[in-house]
Design a protein around this ligand. Structure first.
Ligand code: ADP
Ligand code: MG
Length: 759
């Protein structure tokens, strides 16, 4: 990847949680993780290695030890990112680490305790406080979505019937990148509303899971916030900036055990591992920078996070660690993973005036409603003025439009009231008028009454329009207006100071890290040697230092190789098992499925590049679908099925109770004479010969051919049963058009009829 001017690397911070009570009771060994907060370094001790082995050191953008506060992490490492999102950048924060190391604690934390609120609730506060403090010429629209990826399926957590909803599909838009089709997105007007959205999603997540811990350790949760902001630019037009924020709580990074499991369980474990290994591969490919191909398409997670890794976004990765010795291997893997991610370069840029900005649509809709409303108001005003004064000036419409909403609204209401009063007065006058004939009086009164009704209708319509307009407008947050900021000046100052301190700490750490690097490089230059002896000593010292470094790197290489071999073995094992299963399926196909059936299925298969998998083509071509498929109304749920002529008659006549209201055809029994002639066996003297087997011409005369209706369709045409069949068909055309799916004959004892059931 070439480094261009606007590129910046992924920020990686590491957090270590305190020893849990259980771990403390396990032994006095203590933690294996040490942190240098000033330098941003993590020092990891191998509990199994001899003390002589050098400890492993990793440097990150920031590190947070067991005593770190949620607030510190937010102010130092997350706040700048959220500020960028509010300015129109895309931003992503993801928590990566073994299960139980504090990913969810870091992202969500304890909501009710202000000290322990995590990144997400703090981000909510931040966003809405920012809006409340911004200038009043800015308009904001905030939306939130919540989804999870479980077993490579994307599920909408805000969908009310989340449990049985279909998995959502990913789609790609050349302008905005990858998105989730049909994902619910909620417009949020306040902190309370967006917290509600989060709660709903969290509950949906817990409901589907039998064991919440197990489930959350195997699924990825993505909370998405879109902040759109419109502000008049120097050219006088309103410009829209869209910032998208992804808050990601990944599945536990430990590999799901695959040994000993088979079939569904194996596939599930493979799928759960898939997203995380794909993420690892993407990070490696990007960090390496040499390989041109980045395997984003290998998993749903990497496709969704494509922008956040090497694309148009600012990204922060929080790697979480546990300090317990028994998890040394996992901790080391996490640190390596995080270390690699540091090298990813992103190219963030402000999203200015994108085509799909919802805010623009909202503004248009609001303007439309407003125009409609104004037009209504103007019409009523025009009417009222016509009543008072017949001369009217056409320019007045514009005048009204220029007026403030509220004034127009008030005027409209006033007019309605006045009109009502006027009509009442007129009615009174008519009643009181002695000159009128009662008939005419009644007519006039009726007319006035009608006018009153019209007026009320008009008023109702206006009210509805006003309500819609207001609801629409309330969704747009105006800077410094809709949300009341309760913090006082002193608190605000305190906040600002705290942010400054956080910024200062960050800069300090950066400088420290740079100094450290430069020190190593320039040490040698500064040294001047007075004697040979001194030179030898200094060089020996340096040699030792470098030797230690070399050893550390050798160990590192060995570790990485071991890890590589391990994961390779695992992959091979998975491949073997999957191959075995594939062979098994082939065996079934070859031995039990007729080749023509197989071919039929094969011909229907098409590859869907969007979804990256094979799919079945529908049996009916899309264009003829509408004409062919629609003529089955009977199967449509909620519709009554057609009733046959017979059933209608039966209902009317109160016929046999068993078949009343059933779709039955009435068929006369075929009364052709018996089809066998009695054979006098004794006469021929061949008692063993069966008449049915015998087909010699001598017997032909005695045996008549069967005339059963189902064997000879010709006889059916002449049979009386056909009459009722035809009648039935004309009575229920739907039945004639393919509803004749199951045609069973039920002879009923005692009666000489056949009842043919149409199902
Ligand atoms: P994960 O989501 O990674 O599986 P959790 O966030 O559920 O892990 O954390 C596991 C436990 O550790 C929780 O009980 C949590 O309260 C606790 N914990 C995690 N990180 C911290 C921390 N920094 N300080 C205090 N407790 C923590
Ligand atoms: Mg968790």
């Amino acid at each position: 990847m070439s480094k261009n001017k606007s590129s910046e690397s992924v920020k990686v911070v590491v957090r270590c949680r305190p020893l849990s009570r259980k771990e403390e009771s396990n032994g006095p060994a203590g933690g294996i993780v040490q942190m240098d907060l000033r330098l941003g370094q993590v020092i990891l001790r191998n509990p199994r290695a001899p003390p002589s082995e050098p400890q492993k050191t990793f440097t990150f953008d920031a590190v947070y030890d067991a005593n770190s506060k949620q607030r510190e992490l937010y102010d130092e490492s997350v706040r700048p990112l959220i500020d960028s999102v509010l300015g129109g950048f895309n931003g992503t924060i993801f928590a990566y680490g073994q299960t139980g190391t504090g990913k969810t604690y870091t992202m969500q934390g304890a909501w009710l305790d202000p000290e322990r609120r995590g990144v997400i609730p703090n981000a909510f506060d931040h966003i809405f406080t920012h809006i409340s403090r911004s200038q009043s010429d800015k308009q904001y629209l905030v939306r939130a979505s919540y989804l999870e990826i479980y077993r490579e399926e994307v599920r909408d957590l805000l969908d009310p019937n989340h449990g049985n909803a279909r998995a959502l599909e990913l789609r790609e838009n050349p302008d905005t990148g990858v998105y989730v089709q049909d994902l619910t997105s909620c417009v949020c007007k306040s902190i309370k509303e967006i917290e509600e959205v989060m709660n709903v999603g969290n509950q949906a997540r817990a409901v589907g899971a039998t064991d919440m811990n197990e489930h959350s350790s195997r699924s990825h949760a993505l909370f998405l916030i879109t902040v759109e902001c419109s502000q008049p630019g120097p050219d006088g037009r309103k410009h829209i900036r869209v910032g998208r924020l992804n808050l990601v709580d990944l599945a536990g990074s430990e590999r799901q055990a695959k040994t000993g499991v088979q079939g569904e369980r194996l596939k599930e474990a493979a799928k759960i591992n898939l997203s995380l290994s794909a993420l690892g591969n993407v990070i490696s490919a990007l960090a390496d920078g040499r390989s041109g191909h980045v395997p984003y398409r290998d998993s749903k997670l990497t496709r969704l996070l494509q922008d956040s890794l090497g694309g148009n976004a600012k990204t922060v990765m929080v790697a979480t660690l546990g300090p317990a010795p028994q998890h040394y291997d996992e901790t080391l893997t996490t640190l390596r993973y995080a270390n690699r991610a540091k090298n990813i370069q992103n190219q963030p840029r402000v999203n200015e005036d994108p085509k799909d900005a919802l805010l623009r649509e909202f503004q248009r809709e609001i303007a439309r409603l407003r125009a409609q409303l104004n037009h209504r108001k103007w019409r009523s005003k025009q009417k009222s003025e016509q009543v008072e004064d017949e001369s009217w000036d056409g320019d007045q419409e514009k005048e009204i439009e220029a007026e403030e909403d509220e004034e127009v609204e008030k005027e409209g209401e006033d007019y309605m009231k006045l009109e009502e009063q006027r009509l009442e007065r007129e009615k009174e006058a008519i009643r009181g008028d002695q000159d009128l004939i009662p008939d005419e009086k009644q007519k006039l009164l009726g007319e006035k009454e009608r006018m009153m009704v019209d007026l009320r209708k008009e008023q109702e319509a206006t009210e509805q329009l006003t309500a819609k307009y207001k609801a629409m407008e309330s969704k747009l947050l105006v800077g410094g207006k809709n949300i009341i900021d309760h913090t006082n000046e002193q608190q605000k100052m305190l906040e600002i100071k705290r942010q400054e301190i956080a910024e200062q700490t960050r800069k300090e750490r950066e400088i420290q890290q740079q100094v450290l690097i430069q020190d190593e490089e320039t040490l040698e230059l500064r040294e001047t040697f007075t004697s040979l002896q001194q030179e030898v000593e200094a060089k020996t010292k340096k040699l030792k230092k470098l030797y230690a470094k070399l050893q550390a790197i050798k160990v590192e290489i060995k570790d990485v190789n071991d890890e590589h071999v391990r994961s390779r073995q695992e992959l091979e094992q998975t491949q073997n098992e999957l191959t075995r299963e594939l062979k098994f399926k082939y065996l079934i196909i070859e031995n039990f499925i007729p080749p023509e059936e197989k071919n039929k299925i094969m011909n229907r298969l098409v590859f869907d590049p969007e979804e990256d998998q094979w799919k079945f083509q529908s049996l009916v071509p899309a264009e003829s679908k509408s004409s062919q498929m629609k003529i089955r109304p009977a199967s449509a749920v909620g519709y009554k099925r057609p009733i046959s002529q017979y059933a209608r008659v039966a209902i009317a006549m109160g016929g046999h109770s068993r078949y009343r209201a059933e779709n039955i055809m009435f068929l006369e029994l075929d009364m052709t004479p018996p089809n066998t002639a009695s054979v006098d066996c004794s006469k021929h003297g061949e008692p063993n010969q069966s008449p049915s087997v015998d087909s010699s011409p001598t017997k032909e005369k005695g045996v008549r051919k069967s005339q059963s209706w189902c064997q000879t369709p010709k006889s059916m045409t002449s049979s009386p049963s056909n009459v009722s069949l035809a009648a039935c068909h004309t009575a229920t055309p739907a039945a004639a058009h393919g509803r004749l799916t199951d045609f069973s004959v039920r002879p009923t004892a005692g009666t000489q009829t056949h009842h043919h059931h149409l199902c």
